[in-house]
Design a protein around this ligand. Structure first.
Ligand SMILES: Cc1cc2nc3c(=O)[nH]c(=O)nc-3n(C[C@H](O)[C@H](O)[C@H](O)COP(=O)(O)O)c2cc1C
Ligand code: SF4
Length: 448
């Protein structure tokens, strides 16, 4: 299952491997020569509502983690009340461990992202776009800043109106650098950070589409989601729907391609563009040259640590938005899997991931703040061989009680911790049980 025609990476020569010297940043002139900004031009000949309807029709599912359809989100935007600005916030925080895909688009084809941004602003009649970029992405911030300046110079953004005044609707676009915290990728944490506050997620509702940044209606979209929009508009909905897979449960389909950053124990790690639905084994064997050193597959983090892990018997899992239901993980997430070979210590993996969640918890909710530290301590004890089977039960109980879906926290960071712990312990139970001592039973309770 190889993709014959790349979509998101079509302007990136020798993607993902090959001579790095042949790779370069696609600047404004080159972008325009290769049909760049044609989709924006086309969208400006349409009514904004028609653009929203097209994206809705394409069922373009969000590439930031939750898979929420972009067109539907756009249609939820509160109507213009004429009382102030409305915003687009582009999420390029990309702090999920193992995830490196948005960075590639910014690195090499920043105008593709800017075109998606301009189209979204036209479709939803948004006035200001904030490109929120991970604090550690120094090079990418410079690349994007330069591309924004080029787009202004070419009249894409600015007071004269979109596309040198072809539309009277004017859009301003700013780069905003994150201070560097995982929680700032959560959409309402991101809004707080843009407002200059600590990145504490907000209680929802109200959702950002009603009350977002500076209290105004706001759309938050991932970089890759927006980068898919120009091709959908240029080539049409039928073409988009011809790529990917239908839902095996009669639910929402998984159309289009997806950037999949594969890391871990594979021969050739990298970021690849593949059609949704590709089996993980194909991704590993055909795109990444197989397992490193010919070792056997043991398991994988599905798509960022928050999604939980796939077990040894789930190597053929189809990488689509149904993966959660099919394989008992939280979801597809960012579709950036980390692969583990047969020599991997899964207890050490669990402890390492738990340390991440403990460090990144913002501390607002007690189950997440206290639970994440407790989980880390229990896993450290299990790894050292100092725990009993009662600790293992406690670990599962703790993990299973925290999260947005359990109704105990404000945001989904705790759900990530929950799914990581539960799936890794349940799918590799034997490995955990071998590390713990039997539960202590007081002598007077032992049957004689
Ligand atoms: C703890 C946490 C971290 C997140 N980090 C990111 C991130 O780095 N980038 C991203 O696009 N979405 C991230 N999300 C998801 C966003 O909240 C939001 O759903 C997404 O940006 C919406 O864009 P989309 O609909 O285009 O996918 C995160 C969510 C949580 C709970
Ligand atoms: S779940 Fe955790 S990270 Fe999210 S708001 Fe609560 S304490 Fe903060």
């Amino acid at each position: 299952m190889k993709l014959s025609e790349p979509i998101l990476t079509k302007r990136i020569p020798s993607f993902p491997h090959g001579d790095p010297k042949t790779r370069h940043i696609v600047g404004y002139d080159e972008f325009v020569k290769t049909d760049g900004y044609k989709a924006l031009e086309k969208s400006l000949d349409m009514e904004p509502t028609q653009v929203v309807a097209t994206v809705k029709d394409a069922i373009l599912r969000g590439r930031g983690g939750a898979g929420f359809p972009a067109g539907l989100k756009w249609s939820f935007l509160a109507p213009d009340d004429g009382k102030g600005l409305r915003y687009l916030c582009i999420n390029c925080d990309e702090a999920e461990p193992g995830t490196f895909k948005d960075r590639l688009l910014v690195d090499f084809d920043p105008h593709l992202v800017l075109e998606g941004i301009a189209i979204a602003c036209w479709a939803c009649k948004l006035d200001v776009a904030y490109f929120f970029i991970r604090g550690e992405y120094h090079h990418q911030a410079r690349v994007m800043e330069r591309a924004i300046q080029e787009a202004y110079a070419a009249g894409i953004f600015g007071k004269q109106g979109l596309m040198r005044g072809k539309s009277k609707h004017a859009v301003e676009c700013y780069l905003h650098r994150s201070a560097g915290a995982y929680i700032c990728g959560e959409e309402t944490g991101l809004l707080e950070a843009i407002e200059g506050k600590r990145g504490w997620p907000r209680v929802k509702p109200p959702f950002p589409a009603v009350k977002g940044v500076f209290g105004r209606p706001t759309i938050v979209n991932n970089v890759e989601t927006l980068a898919a929009v120009p091709d959908i508009l240029l080539r049409g909905v039928a073409w988009w729907k011809s790529i990917g897979v239908e839902s095996s449960f009669g639910g929402m389909p998984s159309y289009g391609t997806k950037l999949m950053g594969v890391s871990g124990h594979v021969a050739r790690p990298g970021c690849f563009e593949a059609p949704l639905g590709i089996p993980l084994s194909t991704l590993v064997n055909e795109y990444c040259g197989g397992m490193r050193g010919g070792k056997k597959f043991k398991g994988a983090i599905a798509g960022g640590v928050s999604m939980g892990v796939l077990g040894t018997d789930q190597f053929d899992a189809a990488m689509d938005f149904d993966i959660g239901r099919r394989c008992d993980v939280l979801g597809l997430g960012t579709a950036c899997p980390t692969i583990f070979d047969e020599d991997t210590d899964m207890v050490a993996v669990a402890r390492n991931c738990a340390r991440f969640f403990m460090n990144e918890s913002c501390g607002q909710c007690t189950p997440c703040r206290e639970g994440s530290g407790w989980i880390y301590k229990l896993l450290t004890r299990i790894e050292r061989g100092d725990a009993t089977s009662a600790d293992l039960d406690l670990l599962l109980e703790l993990g299973g009680s925290m999260g947005l879906s359990e109704g105990t926290t404000i945001c989904g960071l705790a759900d990530g911790n929950n799914w990581l712990v539960r799936t890794i312990v349940n799918k590799f139970r034997g490995e955990f049980e071998r590390r713990v001592k039997p539960k202590f039973i007081p002598v007077h309770l032992v049957a004689r």
